[in-house]
Each structure stands twice: as structure tokens, then as C-alpha cells.
Ligand binder design. Structure first.
Ligand SMILES: [Fe+2]
Length: 319
């Protein structure tokens, strides 16, 4: 476990009041909060290796949808690692960005996991993945405009109300832009934070992928990002392809080491914010445990280098 960094209160302890504003004001620190160090996405293939030699990995993150059955091996495995590690619960199918109300059954299962495993952080994506009765495998983007802002804020409110926790919303990796967007992505995210009191999950690989695909500056995007509300950072690998016209197209594939430009952006962000819980995602073409553990150690080296005695920008409450 990382010992050089103290836990942060980016995900306040559960309460039962329904007012969204309370999430902005809460300051409690979970006894087993996620530390402002490096964690990794947990894969059962790594179970014994993680328990034998966790290195400096300070927390694990799991996809909620992999644990929505009632029992069996997935829960036995998660119960075991939960004994040793703080947990971050990351949803990928809530369809927060869709126009329809959230699926209450799905939400109830997510909330039950919160009760059962007491994650220090919970998060979802600024994206949609359901339409009518269809469940899509992709996290699809949405236009950033007044109407979609209303939908997303309603859904964030509902997720926070049912779980009794402040959630983090993740910026997406995108491959298309919408002509009818009237706001930048960073302004859209800031507006969600202001209205709901949620926090943000800053995926820096997603920033780099989107910026490259759309031809804008990742650094400019990060300058505009509301960093004071970031409760977790994601790092991941991406792959390079060509689009139909031969231009470079990056895919958020989570199957490779974190790319050098993403490490550079991460270093620059942490220099500004101070340490923030940082998760290395690796979801396919899984490496042996020492490779993933080394990625976490690289993140921890940057976090250590920028660990001040007094934080610079830390999880301030939204205005
Ligand atoms: Fe991510």
C-alpha cells in the first residue's frame, strides 16, 4: 500500500439525505477511502499475484456490471481482494448521457454493490449505451447543449440519490463531434458539477485520444478542465489506426501500456493539482501482473514527485 499519501475525501461517506446539494458540502472521509496513490483495474486472472506481491498498488477498481449477479466466483474473488484493498466501483452501462430515465433495476443493483463492498469511489461515464430495449457495447457520445445537460443532471442526481454517495463523472474518448453542441465538453462538465455536486473522473488517455482525433490541443483542454473537482484520474493505453482518409485515428483500447504523451500530460496535471487517486486501466490483452504493477509504480513515482506538504488544488467544494 502507498503510505506516502493520505486518503482524500473525494467520495464522501454515504448519507441518506436526498438533496443533491449535500454532496457538494460533505467532507467526511471514509475509514477505508481510496488513497491518493496509484491503483489498477482488477482482473481475476491477477488475483493470486496481487495478493502475493501488490507492490505499491494502493487500491483496485472493478466494473460494477461484472458483479451484478447474486453470488458465485466473482463475488468470492471480490470479497477476498476487498479484505486487502480499498475499492473504486466503476459503472459502464448506466447510460447517464441518454435521454431516457435511468434503468431503476440496474441502479438498484449498483446501489446494492455499494452497500455490500463500501467503495471509496463510485463513477460512471458521460456517455450513453442504451436505446429503447437495446443495450449497446459502446460508450457513445452526446451533444453538449441545454437539453442534454438537463438529462445528464437528472441522471446524476438520481444516481447520487439512490446510492447515497457523491459520484464521479468521466470525460469520454470520442470519435465524432456534434454540430448541434453549444458548449465545450469542459464547460458541460463544469455545469454538471455546479448543478449536481458530483465530482469528476479525469481520464487523461481519453483527453489525448479525443484531442488527437479531433485536432485540438490536449493541453488547452486540460487548462479548461475543472481540476478542482477531480476525485480520480484514469490512465490507459490506446492503439493507432487510420481513418478512411488515411489520417491518424486513436482508439481507446485499454490493451497496451500508457503512452508517453499521456504520461507527460499526467505529470503536468499532477504538478498543478497535487496527488489524486490514479487508476491504470488495462482491460484486454492482459499482461502478466508485474507489467501492470510497474505501470502503477510509474504513476506512483509521479505522485511522489509532486506530493507537497500542503496541497495546491485539492477537491474543493463546487461553487
Ligand atoms: Fe477511463
Amino acid at each position: 500500500m502507498t503510505s506516502f499519501l493520505t486518503p482524500v475525501g473525494s467520495a464522501p461517506a454515504a448519507g441518506k439525505t436526498a438533496s443533491p446539494g449535500r454532496f457538494a458540502a460533505a467532507t467526511s472521509i471514509l475509514e477505508d477511502a481510496v488513497p491518493a496513490g496509484a491503483g489498477v483495474g482488477f482482473k481475476p486472472d491477477h488475483l493470486s499475484a496481487i495478493l502475493d506481491d501488490p507492490g505499491s498498488v494502493g487500491f483496485l477498481e472493478v466494473h460494477a456490471e461484472n458483479y451484478m449477479g447474486d453470488g458465485g466466483p466473482p463475488h468470492r474473488t471480490l470479497e477476498r481482494v476487498r479484505l486487502d484493498f480499498p475499492l473504486s466501483l466503476h459503472g459502464v452501462c448506466m447510460s447517464i448521457g441518454g435521454p431516457k430515465p435511468l434503468d431503476e433495476d440496474h441502479l438498484a443493483r449498483f446501489a446494492a454493490l455499494c452497500e455490500r463492498y463500501e467503495p471509496g469511489l463510485i463513477s460512471e461515464h458521460l456517455a450513453w449505451s442504451t436505446h429503447e430495449d437495446m443495450f449497446l457495447n459502446d460508450l457513445l457520445p452526446l451533444p453538449y447543449a441545454a437539453e442534454t445537460l438537463d438529462h445528464v443532471c437528472d441522471h446524476v442526481d438520481r444516481m447520487q440519490e439512490v446510492t447515497g454517495r457523491r459520484m464521479l463523472l468521466e470525460n469520454p474518448a470520442t470519435y465524432v463531434l456534434f454540430d448541434n453542441s453549444t458548449m465545450s465538453e469542459t464547460d458541460f462538465l463544469a455545469a454538471i458539477v455546479a448543478r449536481t455536486g458530483c465530482g469528476l473522473l479525469l481520464d487523461i488517455n481519453n483527453v489525448f485520444v479525443s484531442a488527437t482525433n479531433h485536432g485540438y490541443s490536449a493541453r488547452d483542454y486540460l487548462k479548461a478542465f475543472p481540476l478542482a473537482h477531480v476525485g480520480e484520474i484514469h490512465l490507459a493505453g490506446h492503439t493507432e489506426q487510420e481513418d478512411d482518409e488515411g489520417a491518424l485515428l486513436l482508439i481507446d483500447s485499454h490493451n497496451r501500456p500508457v503512452a508517453d504523451p499521456v504520461w507527460t500530460l499526467y505529470d503536468e496535471v499532477i504538478a498543478r493539482t497535487g496527488p489524486i487517486p490514479t487508476l491504470v486501466e488495462w482491460d484486454s490483452d492482459l499482461p502478466d501482473w508485474p507489467v501492470l504493477r510497474a505501470e502503477a509504480e510509474s504513476a506512483n513515482a509521479i505522485l511522489r514527485r509532486h506530493a507537497p506538504s500542503a496541497p495546491k488544488v485539492r477537491h474543493a467544494t463546487p461553487a
